[in-house]
Design a protein around this ligand. Structure first.
Ligand SMILES: Nc1ncnc2c1ncn2[C@@H]1O[C@H](COP(=O)(O)OP(=O)(O)OP(=O)(O)O)[C@@H](O)[C@H]1O
Length: 626
C-alpha cells in the first residue's frame, strides 16, 4: 500500500503555534537573544577544531536597538550566520532546529551549552511583529542573504549586501490594539527590563544604546542627555563562579539585585552538583518575614533557569511548603522543558533536585542552630511559626523532618531552647516534657497549675503561640519522652502511696465535691481535690484531647464556635478556703453554692477565659464582703 505523507497547513500551524504556545508575548526577546547566543557559541565550537580560527570572547556581542518612528526592533549578533540553504531549512521549516542538530554533532564543552532544541522559538517574533526580516552572512562566505516574511504568506529569500558575519533580525512591531500595547517593545526601559529578567546570564554582552543624563564637560552643574552604549546583562552567573572567589557581600548583592527581599539574609547556601544530577543553586534564608508571608497571597518558589535562561520565576515544585520562606534560584542543563520553555514536563530530574535542595536547607538550618545560635533565633523569630504550623499540617506528615528545628521558651532558663536541649537537662526521675500554655510568659509563670512541676525542679516549656500546642499534639513525643501539659489530669508525679492518699481524701469529701459539681452543672465535667496546687486555692484543668488554650484558638475560628474543652475545677485541700467549704457544706448549702460560683469564676479569670455573667460575679463578691 502506498504510504502517504501527512499534509500540514503551515500557515495555520504557524498561527496556532504563535498564539497558543506562549502565555507572555515578551518572551519573543528571550528566544531571539538565545538564538543569537547559540550562534556565537557555534563560532566558539568551530574555533576549537579549526586552527585558522581564533575566538576572542571580547569581539562577540548581541545588540538590541529600537527605532520608535519606524517601529523597528533589531537584534544583531556577531555569530556564525546562515547560508541561503540554512535559512531555507531552519527558518522555512517549523520545528526544524539547526541548533539541536549542531548539538548532536558536536561534543558540548566548557558549559557552552546550546540553548535551542525545538525549532520554534524564532517564530515567537510574530507575536509582536507584522513582518520579520533576517539578514545574515555565514562565516567564510562572501555573500549575505535576506529572509523576509509577514508570517502568513510564506517567506522570500534573496541575496543581500551584508558587511559583517552574523545575523540581524529586524522586527516591524505591530500597531497597538485594544488589548495589547506593542509600543512597549520599542521603549528602552522596557527592553532593558525584559533582557534583565530572562537573559541576564547569557554569556555574551547584550548591548543597547541608552540615553542618560550626564554633567556637561564644560559646565559640570548642568546636565545634558547623552546616548551611550551599555551592556545590559550581568553575563557571568554568580552560581557558576568558584565559591572560594565569592564573598558574603557578593551573595548579599545578588539577593538584593534579584529582589528576593530587602532584608539581609541570615544564610546563603551555594550548591553545585555535578554527576548524574547536574545543577547549581543559590538559596537564601531570609531574616525577616515578607509582609504577605502569612497570607494566601504569598507564593513560594525558586527561580528556575535552564542554561542561564530564565524559565520560571517561581517554581513551586522545588520547595516543600514547610520551607516556603527560602528564596533563590536553580540552574540546570538537564531539565525536560516543554516547547514554550515556560513550563517543565513533570520530570524525575526536578523531583530529585527538590529532594536534594530540601535536605540541604534542613542541614544548613541545623548547622545554624548548633553553631550560630543568634542568627538561628533571628530566623526563628520570623519563621518559627511556619515550622510549628508545618509540624501539624498535612496530618503531621513532616514532623520527623522538622521537630529538631523547633525552639520553645524555657521557664527555667528564661530563653529559647530546643527539644534536645530540654531532654539533655532532664533529671533522671523526670518522665515527661512539661509545657504550659498562656497569653504571655509572665502570665504562664503565675499559673497555679505550674506550681507542683516547678516545685519538683522540672523545666516547663512556655507556649504562647496559638500553634504551639497543636504542633506538640501532632508530635505526641520527642525521643520517647511524651509531652505533658501542666494542666493535664495526671501529671505523672505521684508514686503509688501518694496516689492512694489523694484518692482516700477525695473519697472522704466526695459529697462536698458532688454538691459543688451539681451547683456548676455542665460548666464543668468534675470538681476534684487538686494534687498540683500549692499556694493557690483553685484552678481549672482539662480532661481529654482538647485543652483550654486549644478551645480558645478553635472558638476564635468561624467554623468551631461550640468546641469545648472538658473542664475540671480543682480545689486545693491544703488551702485555708477548704475548711470554710467543708463547714458551709455542713451548715449552709446556699453559702457553699455562692462560694462555688465565686471559685469557678476566679478559675476562669486565671485562665484568661471570659466570665459568663460579670454582674452576678461582682454582686456575689459584695455579698461575701457585706
Ligand atoms: N541568530 C541566528 N543565527 C544563526 N542561526 C540562527 C539564528 N536564529 C535562528 N537560527 C537557526 O534557526 C533555527 C531555528 O530557530 P528557532 O529559534 O526556531 O529554534 P531553536 O532555537 O533551534 O529551538 P527552540 O525552539 O528550542 O528555541 C536554529 O536552530 C538555528 O539553526
Amino acid at each position: 500500500m502506498e504510504k502517504k505523507q501527512f499534509q500540514a497547513e503551515s500557515k495555520r500551524l504557524l498561527e496556532m503555534m504563535i498564539n497558543s504556545i506562549y502565555t507572555q508575548k515578551e518572551i519573543f526577546l528571550r528566544e531571539l537573544i538565545s538564538n543569537a547566543s547559540d550562534a556565537i557559541d557555534k563560532l566558539y565550537y568551530k574555533a576549537l577544531t579549526d586552527e585558522e580560527l581564533s575566538f576572542n570572547q571580547e569581539d562577540y556581542y548581541i545588540k538590541v536597538s529600537a527605532d520608535k518612528e519606524k517601529r523597528l526592533l533589531t537584534i544583531t549578533d556577531t555569530g556564525i550566520g546562515m547560508s541561503a540553504e540554512e535559512l531555507e531549512q531552519n527558518l522555512g521549516t517549523i520545528a526544524k532546529s539547526g541548533s539541536l542538530a549542531f548539538k548532536k554533532e558536536n561534543e558540548i564543552k566548557d558549559g557552552h551549552d546550546i540553548i535551542g532544541q525545538f525549532g520554534v522559538g524564532f517564530y515567537s517574533a510574530f507575536m509582536v511583529a507584522d513582518a520579520v526580516t533576517v539578514k545574515t552572512k555565514q562565516l567564510g562566505s562572501e555573500q549575505g542573504f535576506k529572509w523576509e516574511s509577514n508570517g502568513a504568506d510564506g517567506y522570500t529569500i534573496e541575496p543581500c549586501e551584508k558587511e559583517t558575519v552574523g545575523t540581524e533580525i529586524i522586527l516591524k512591531i505591530k500597531e497597538n490594539t485594544e488589548d495589547d500595547n506593542f509600543d512597549e517593545y520599542l521603549e528602552t526601559y522596557r527592553l532593558q527590563a525584559i533582557i534583565k529578567k530572562y537573559s541576564d546570564f547569557i554569556r555574551y554582552p547584550i548591548k543597547m544604546d541608552v540615553t542618560v543624563q550626564k554633567p556637561k564637560a564644560d559646565k559640570e552643574e548642568e546636565l545634558e542627555e547623552v546616548t551611550e552604549e551599555q551592556t545590559i546583562n550581568s553575563m557571568v552567573p554568580i552560581w557558576k563562579k568558584n565559591k572560594s572567589e565569592l564573598t558574603d557581600e557578593d551573595y548579599e548583592n545578588f539577593y538584593h539585585e534579584k529582589r528576593y527581599g530587602f532584608d539581609k539574609p541570615v544564610k546563603h547556601i551555594h550548591i553545585s552538583v555535578d554527576g548524574t544530577l547536574r545543577y547549581n543553586a543559590i538559596l537564601f534564608i531570609p531574616e525577616r518575614t515578607p509582609f504577605d508571608f502569612y497570607t494566601k497571597e504569598y507564593e513560594k518558589g525558586l527561580e528556575l533557569y535552564s542554561n542561564g535562561v530564565l524559565i520560571m520565576e517561581k517554581c513551586a515544585d522545588l520547595l516543600p511548603d514547610y520551607f516556603s520562606f527560602v528564596k533563590g534560584m536553580v540552574d540546570s542543563e538537564d531539565l525536560s522543558l516543554n516547547i514554550s520553555r515556560e513550563m517543565l514536563q513533570h520530570d524525575r530530574q526536578l523531583k530529585m533536585i527538590a529532594k536534594n535542595i530540601t535536605s540541604k536547607i534542613k542541614s544548613q538550618l541545623k548547622g545554624l542552630l548548633k553553631n550560630e545560635r543568634e542568627k538561628y533565633e533571628t530566623f526563628y523569630e520570623s519563621f518559627g511559626r511556619q515550622l510549628k504550623y508545618s509540624v501539624y499540617s498535612d496530618f503531621g506528615q513532616h514532623k520527623e523532618e522538622l521537630q529538631d528545628l523547633l525552639l520553645f521558651y524555657s521557664g527555667k532558663e528564661k530563653k529559647l531552647i530546643s527539644l534536645d536541649e530540654y531532654i539533655e537537662k532532664m533529671p533522671e526521675e523526670q518522665k515527661y516534657i512539661y509545657y504550659a500554655t498562656g497569653a504571655s510568659h509572665h502570665r504562664i509563670e503565675k499559673l497555679p497549675q505550674t506550681e507542683l512541676v516547678a516545685e519538683k525542679g522540672f523545666d516547663i516549656l512556655y507556649f504562647t503561640d496559638d500553634v504551639d500546642e497543636f504542633a506538640i499534639k501532632a508530635l505526641a513525643s520527642y525521643k520517647d519522652k511524651q509531652f505533658k501539659s501542666v494542666s493535664s489530669g495526671d501529671l505523672g508525679l505521684e508514686d503509688a502511696e501518694e496516689q492512694a492518699k489523694t484518692e482516700a481524701e477525695q473519697e472522704e469529701h466526695k459529697a462536698l465535691f458532688e454538691h459543688m459539681k451539681q451547683t456548676l452543672g455542665d460548666k464543668v465535667k468534675d470538681v476534684r481535690l487538686s494534687k498540683r496546687l500549692r499556694s493557690h486555692p483553685v484552678c481549672l484543668t482539662a480532661e481529654g484531647e482538647l485543652s483550654i488554650e486549644m478551645e480558645k484558638v478553635l472558638q476564635a475560628m468561624p467554623d468551631n464556635p461550640n468546641v469545648k474543652a472538658e473542664k475540671v475545677l480543682e480545689i486545693n485541700g491544703d488551702h485555708d478556703i477548704f475548711p470554710t467549704l467543708k463547714e458551709a457544706y455542713e451548715q449552709d448549702k446556699e453559702k457553699l453554692e455562692l462560694y462555688t460560683n465565686l471559685l469557678y469564676n476566679q478559675a476562669l479569670l486565671i485562665e484568661g477565659l471570659p466570665i459568663e455573667d460579670p454582674v452576678e460575679f461582682t454582686n456575689n463578691m459584695c455579698k461575701v464582703m457585706a
